[in-house]
Design a protein around this ligand. Structure first.
Ligand SMILES: [Zn+2]
Length: 273
């Protein structure tokens, strides 16, 4: 089983130092969309999708407020589809997509893979399909799933994995297993996705945290990023509690490789190997 670490969208909002503790006062942050492409026994599996062709080509424009605040670089070459084609595969080879949550920068390419089964924690799908609050109505872009994806809802069963409730999304065989691990807070049904590898587990934490320093032995979050995460959170105390649990799990289990969706340093470290 081969696993590729892809950047499937870049965003460059103002306030680099404030958000990432780096660069000058007027620098921009570098926010990536770290996705996994797994060459599975039974076709390709994507973990998160980044932005897709309709968004990057502006056929499906993003809301102006998002464009202004997040400053996405709309580059079709960064889409999962373009990168998959460059590797010699085609869209139809993607059989499964496993999502951390349904924000536009994670579910923005579902349209490029209409034949894939889309695995999601059922609490998150409920939030996206039937938003309860103004912020939920704003954060989920219904146009991203107007093609009616083949949703596969997953509900936790109380099985414990590394101290977290988890649910098996795919596999179950020794060498190929993908789990949905709810770590709610950023959104109502936010989850991490665990992928079994030859020598342990990769844990894609989505937006449960945003920058590598938050998972350091002495965790630290740049002030702007802390403000940003709090402002975006559906349930901030749950978000903080789950972030702490992820930090503890990372330092307690040596077979666990933890990374988030948006940290350029973590992505670079994985692409080097
Ligand atoms: Zn995100």
């Amino acid at each position: 089983m081969k696993i590729h670490h892809l950047n499937c969208a870049s965003m460059c909002p103002h306030g680099g130092r404030w958000l990432q503790g780096e660069g000058g006062l007027f620098s921009r942050a570098t926010i990536v969309c770290h996705c996994l492409l797994i060459e599975g026994r039974d076709g390709l599996i994507l973990v998160d999708t980044g932005l897709g062709m309709p968004l990057t080509s502006r056929d499906l424009p993003l809301p102006k407020a998002l464009m202004l605040t997040m400053q996405p670089v709309l580059d079709p070459q960064e889409t999962a589809l373009a990168q998959i084609q460059k590797l010699g595969f085609k869209a139809g080879d993607v059989r499964h997509i496993v999502l951390t949550h349904l924000d536009f920068d994670h579910a923005g390419a579902l349209m490029d893979f209409p034949q894939a089964q889309v695995h999601v924690y059922d609490v998150e799908l409920d939030a996206a399909l039937a938003p309860r609050t103004i912020s939920e109505r704003q954060r989920y872009l219904k146009r991203l799933w107007k093609h009616r994806p083949l949703w596969q809802r997953h509900r936790t069963t109380g099985e414990l994995w590394r101290g977290f409730e988890a649910v098996q999304a795919l596999g179950g065989q020794d060498d190929e297993e993908v789990l949905i691990v709810p770590v709610v807070g950023h959104s109502r049904g936010h989850a991490a996705v665990a992928v079994k590898t030859g020598d342990g587990w990769l844990l894609h934490c989505g937006d449960a945290y945003f920058f590598h320093t938050e998972m350091a032995a002495q965790p630290h979050c740049p002030p702007g990023l802390s403000f940003f995460q709090t402002a975006l959170a559906h349930d901030n105390s749950a978000r903080r509690a789950n972030q702490k649990r992820l930090h503890q799990a990372k330092h307690a289990h040596s077979d666990l490789t933890v990374f988030c969706a948006h940290c350029p340093h973590e992505l670079r470290a994985h692409q080097v190997h």
